[in-house]
Design a protein around this ligand. Sequence first.
Ligand code: SAH
Ligand code: SF4
Length: 349
Amino acid sequence: MSQQRQDIYETAPDALAEWFSAAGEPAYRLQQLLEWLYAKFAASFDEMTNLPTALRERLATEFTMGGLRVVDRQVSTDGETEKLLFECADGERIESVLMHGRPHATFCISSQAGCKLGCTFCATGAMGFARNLTAGEILAQVAALARQTGAMGNVVFMGMGEPLLNLDSVIPALEALTDERRFALGARRITVSTAGITAGIQRLAASGTRPCLALSLNSPFESQRSELMPINRRYPLAEVLDACAEYGERTGRRLLLEYVMLGNTNTSTPAARAVRDIARRLGAAVNLIPLNPVEGCGHQPPRHDEVERFRKLLEERAVTVTQRYRRGRDILAACGQLRGRHSRGGHTS
Ligand code: SAH
Ligand code: SF4
């Protein structure tokens, strides 16, 4: 017997089929299990009531199911955004955000407990780094959010952590998400967001999983970007942009540039023009995200007219601009506000 239980979400259906046949279980039992996991998004083996008790018990002794426990759930006042706080088996706390929407909800999930990269405007960066999440922990967040809505949503790796510094878990998670027999989500409906890890972008491209790629640009200028995002010193923007262009060519996916707008900092006319050139070169859309307040970060949100002027300068040259709603701010569930704590505001249920 292995000391460590295998995680069921990390186990491909073919491997489960072997386990079932070795256990002397008929094949239809596997179908029932897969339905519980990936159609009904069960939270435990206990719930799988059409499986014999002995089988459920045996599954529970041999497999984990992500090991996450929901410890808090907050709903924004408009009811559109929910934040789930989970405790991992070892006590680490992580958060995921569910944004209701049509035709699909969006599931914003974490890839690490904390983050090493320390971007100056981000609450996750300020809390430091605890550890990488396992693929099972990443997938259990998706299952928990799908259970809330009763259906799969689009998945964005924009919660806590830098997904491209945890590709050993993120790539298997992407494989499970796109597997027809598991989450069966089209790769186009998944977005991996990165602060710009050149080697990671290349490895993701080579993995064959082909999710959409979002780059957190945040400044088009090397020196300013290095100040805001220290990782830029290690992976300068110029080479990150080359890697993004190559990712787009290799996968055929359209790229997204995310731009957190910091009042009087990265919103100048030269910055807008430089962002426009980058977007045109990459054929990328730009998502403008007015800074969500993070206590003590020293940055200000942009004024309304700063955002509008910046947006016009991009649109003048036919760059597609989307503006992210500040959804979930009252429950600290908006971008960059996740820090794995119970938070005030909103209502808890
Ligand atoms: N580490 C990855 C993914 C998680 S961060 C990355 O940096 O891309 C997800 C997004 O939230 C990034 O685009 C980041 O720039 C943005 N963000 C971080 N802090 C923010 C804040 N205070 N307000 C608005 N957006 C923020
Ligand atoms: Fe980490 Fe992304 Fe936050 Fe930067 S913005 S500290 S990379 S989570």
